[in-house]
Structures are given as structure tokens and as C-alpha cells.
Ligand binder design. Structure first.
Ligand SMILES: Nc1ncnc2c1ncn2[C@@H]1O[C@H](COP(=O)(O)OP(=O)(O)OP(=O)(O)O)[C@@H](O)[C@H]1O
Ligand SMILES: [Mg+2]
Length: 413
């Protein structure tokens, strides 16, 4: 039996840096030992723009998490997001060599390697190879081709790529802070791991993380990821609009947004008044709440419309019976689900991460999906790899091999 593993997930966001330390048991169960956040410095629109400031923030958040957990961490899983994350569809075709024409693990590896062997655009690196489906002799929709008979195996994948310089800067910060990067994970996958069920992926779901400076998105159709990406616009743009139009400091604009903001105009009572604080000890002034919503709504509608354009640009089609799921701090803005539902013409809900052992209820919050999802995804990966290795060792040809390997191939790359 393998020993418990202690791991850390770190989300280096534009507004907040968040860290979680967990113990993952050999059964895959996760126990949260420490979790905390610090306001970001040196990060803009999901990208590190000041290495020294970022190192300071990262170090302080890691130290706090280590203190809570009573553990010393050497390496961590880092969530990377922003519009530089791009999913590129690809496919790989191989012939089946075995005399009995039975598809085995190596055939699947070969087909995935062929799918990954395309000319990567300059300055890009591959973060993940996500299997969409396999085709055997032209028959599609196969999730697990092991043991099937055929002459030709085709894998259809979504290769999630990222800007290498942005990833290198993240690695550099972690190393200069005295730690190692265990793995980089696209934030979209962390979000999905934390809040989406298998059923929702099967039904088709669009998962949107509205952060401070970025909005990330992942879409699933028929259980397979078909889009990963994002835009450089988020909740801080809404705050900036309020600050500019009401001529107030950002800190007042931010609290107005969080306390009274609503991005769905029809939901706001036209009679309701709010108090706008003034600087320099001047008395607060009254303003209709609807006026604040009139500032917020266009920017939020723009964010959702830009995401829609992104899906059209990438020709993402299919049925989305699972609707829209909103996460990230921006999902907490009142009216966000109603507006998303109107723009996408789909039902929408807020995604809350699942209640893990040791996790205080206050962290079951859409802001924590990347942080928690990154360790959940790593825990599942370890579980799948260990499970498949054990099962293969026990009986190479048993049916359970296939079952285990399904997860293995989904997560190994
Ligand atoms: N209760 C709330 N109502 C409205 N907006 C909120 C609320 N709480 C947080 N936000 C907004 O959420 C945004 C921050 O979200 P989050 O913490 O997910 O961002 P981040 O991960 O640091 O940034 P990014 O993902 O862009 O790198 C801010 O713009 C903040 O104003
Ligand atoms: Mg974020």
C-alpha cells in the first residue's frame, strides 16, 4: 500500500493568490490541512508582470499554508490561466500490429503520440492532451478501445497549449521562492475537476471562471472537452468602470460592486436606494441601486458576449444540456447567472467546490475552484495511474483492465 502524499495547489490569480495543502490517502481521499489567500501583487490579467512582487506574495501565502498544515512543502501544482491557454484539436491514426488485431495500451499510446506530433506554434508548450474519443476502423464515439478488434485506431484529442514564456515566468518565480513546480495545470481543468459532474460533461456544459483580470472557459460536449481558453477581461474591469463613472477610488467602487452590485437590470427594484460613501469625511450620498446596475450590466454582458464569440470562432457546436456553470470571484456578483442565462440562452448556476474532509465551509466558494481542483485533479491522476498499474499487474487480460485504463488515458498526459 502506498503512503499518504502531501501536496499543494497554488492559484496565482490577478486579484488573489490562493494555496491549499492536502494529504491524499492511498484510497484517493483528500484531507485539507491548510488553505489561505493573499491579495496579489505583481500579477496582471493572469500574467506575472513583476517577478519580485510575485515571489513576495507567493512566499507569504505558502508560509501561511505551511503553518496551518504543519508541513514543509517542496513542490506544488500551479494553475495557469488567461487568454494564452488555447485548446488545439488534433488526431492521430495508427495501424494495429498485433496478429489477433486486438488493441492494446501501446497502440493507444502510439495514436496519442501521433496526435501530439504536430508543429507546435512558436513560443507554445503543451500542458495537456485530453482525449475526446477513439475511432476504430472508422467507428467513432469510443471512449475505451482496449481489447477491441480493429485494423486502424484513431484518437481525437484536444491539446491544451500555453505560452512558454508565461509558463517559464511562473516556474521561475516558484523556483526563486525556493520551491519546485510539480506540474502546471490549465486553470480551466482545475475548475472542471472541482465543480463538474460526469453527467454534466456528458450533457454538455460551458464552465466559466470570472476572475479579476481574466475570464477562463472550458466547454464539454458528449463528455469530452472541446474548448479551453479565455479572455482578458474580468471583475476588475467592472470595478474600474464604477470607479471611473462615479469618480470614486477603486476601493469604494469594489465595495459598492460587492455590496450592492447587480448585473441583471430586470432583477433590480427601481425604488431601492443605496448610499455612496464620499472621500474626506463628507456625508454619503443617495443613489438609486438601478443606476449602479446600469454601469455594471454592459461590462458583464460584454464578457459573456466575448466568450460566445470565442466559441463561435472556434466552431464549438453541440448541445449544452448541462447549461452554464459560473465560478471565480466574479460569479458572486448578483444577477450573474440570470445574465449568463439570457446571453447564452441556457440555464445557468454557480459552481461550488465539493466539501472535502477538513475543508471549512467558508471555502466552499466559487473563488476556490482552481486551487482545490488542481489538487483534486492530481489526486485522481495518482489514483488512476496506481489503479491501472495494479490491475495490469494482476491480470493483463481482465475486463477490469479496460475500466481502469479509461481513466488512466484520460489523465496521464
Ligand atoms: N461578492 C462579490 N460580488 C461581486 N464580485 C466579487 C465578489 N467577490 C469577489 N468578486 C470579484 O471577483 C474578482 C476576483 O475573482 P478571483 O478571486 O476569482 O480572481 P483571480 O483568480 O485573482 O483573478 P484571475 O482569475 O483573473 O487571475 C474581483 O474582480 C472581485 O471584485
Ligand atoms: Mg482566477
Amino acid at each position: 500500500m502506498s503512503a499518504d502524499k502531501v501536496m499543494m495547489g497554488l492559484d496565482i490569480g490577478s486579484s488573489w493568490v490562493r494555496a491549499v495543502i492536502c494529504t491524499v490517502g492511498s484510497d484517493g481521499n483528500i484531507m485539507v490541512d491548510g488553505i489561505c489567500e493573499r491579495p496579489s501583487e505583481g500579477i496582471r490579467q493572469g500574467v506575472i508582470v513583476n517577478i519580485e512582487q510575485t515571489i513576495k506574495t507567493i512566499t507569504s501565502v505558502i508560509n501561511e499554508a505551511e503553518l496551518q498544515a504543519g508541513a514543509n512543502i517542496q513542490s506544488m501544482i500551479i494553475g495557469v490561466g488567461g487568454n494564452h491557454i488555447e485548446g488545439i484539436p488534433s488526431q492521430g491514426v495508427v495501424g494495429i500490429n498485433a496478429k489477433d488485431q486486438e488493441i492494446n495500451r501501446e497502440d493507444i499510446y502510439r495514436s496519442l503520440e501521433v496526435a501530439r506530433a504536430f508543429e507546435l506554434p512558436l513560443e507554445r508548450e503543451i500542458l495537456h492532451t485530453l482525449v475526446q474519443e477513439f475511432r476504430v476502423d472508422g467507428r467513432g464515439g469510443i471512449k475505451d478501445p482496449i481489447d477491441m478488434l480493429g485494423h486502424r485506431l484513431e484518437s481525437k484529442v484536444l491539446i491544451v497549449t500555453a505560452s512558454s514564456s508565461i509558463c517559464q515566468n511562473a516556474r521561475k518565480c516558484i523556483q526563486r521562492a525556493g520551491f519546485q513546480v510539480q506540474r502546471l495545470i490549465a486553470q480551466q481543468l482545475g475548475d472542471a475537476e472541482a465543480v463538474l459532474s460526469t453527467e454534466e460533461k456528458e450533457m454538455g456544459t460551458i464552465l466559466i471562471n470570472i476572475g479579476g483580470g481574466t475570464t477562463n472557459m472550458i466547454a464539454y460536449v458528449n463528455g469530452a472537452p472541446v474548448y479551453t481558453g479565455g479572455i482578458l477581461m474580468g471583475g476588475s474591469h467592472v470595478t474600474n468602470d464604477i470607479a471611473y463613472l462615479l469618480n470614486k477610488p477603486k476601493v469604494i467602487a469594489e465595495s459598492l460592486k460587492c455590496d450592492y452590485g447587480n448585473c441583471h437590470l430586470p432583477s433590480v427594484d427601481p425604488q431601492e436606494m443605496i448610499l455612496i460613501p464620499q472621500v474626506g469625511n463628507l456625508p454619503s450620498i443617495k443613489m438609486p441601486k438601478k443606476e449602479l446596475s446600469k454601469i455594471i450590466e454592459p461590462r458583464m454582458a460584454e464578457i459573456f458576449s466575448l466568450l460566445q464569440v470565442e466559441l463561435e470562432r472556434k466552431q464549438v457546436r453541440g448541445s449544452f444540456g448541462g447549461g452554464i456553470v459560473l465560478v471565480g470571484g466574479g460569479a458572486l456578483l448578483s444577477g450573474a447567472t440570470e445574465l449568463a442565462s439570457e446571453v447564452f440562452r441556457l440555464p445557468a448556476r454557480i459552481g461550488f467546490p465539493e466539501a472535502l474532509h477538513g475543508l471549512d465551509r467558508s471555502y466552499i466558494n466559487p473563488k476556490y475552484t482552481v486551487t482545490l481542483g488542481s489538487v483534486m485533479s492530481e489526486a485522481r491522476r495518482i489514483r488512476d495511474v496506481a489503479g491501472s498499474a495494479n490491475t495490469v499487474h494482476r491480470d493483463k487480460k481482465s475486463r477490469s483492465v479496460s475500466k481502469r485504463l479509461k481513466g488512466f488515458f484520460r489523465t496521464i498526459f
